[in-house]
Write a protein that binds this ligand. Structure first.
Ligand SMILES: C[C@H](O)[C@H](O)[C@H]1CNC2=NC(N)=NC(=O)C2=N1
Length: 102
């Protein structure tokens, strides 16, 4: 099982994840897609990555806006899996012409 990241490790790695921020034991991001189909394609693309990683995001989909919450439930907080999945979500968002808000 992945170990919990220290606060310093989280802070340093968030600096390389524009649009992501810490929310307690999770990291969160809001993504604006060009339209609803693009938002759903983004979710489908990430679903493939998540299944391959066996690490799954909490996702809220409302029209063009998707909200993502990442935490490692088995560890009760943030692990490197959450950081890796955040990078994959950001990459998939760029591929769909979507932008991370904030
Ligand atoms: C049994 C299975 O491997 C675990 O439940 C996996 C599935 N996906 C997961 N996703 C997330 N975000 N955290 C977990 O701890 C987790 N555990």
């Amino acid at each position: 099982m992945s170990r919990l990241l220290t606060d310093d490790e989280v802070t340093r790695q968030l600096a390389e994840l524009p649009g992501w921020s810490r929310a307690g034991s999770a990291i969160v991001a809001t993504v604006e897609a060009p339209d609803f189909p693009a938002a759903v394609r983004l979710v489908v693309a990430v679903a493939e990555d998540a299944e391959q990683m066996n690490h799954h995001p909490d996702i809220d989909i409302r029209w063009r806006t998707t909200r993502w919450l990442l935490t490692t439930h088995d560890a009760g907080g943030l692990t490197q899996l959450d950081i890796e999945l955040a990078h994959r979500i950001s990459q998939a968002a760029r591929a769909e012409g979507a932008s991370l808000r904030g």
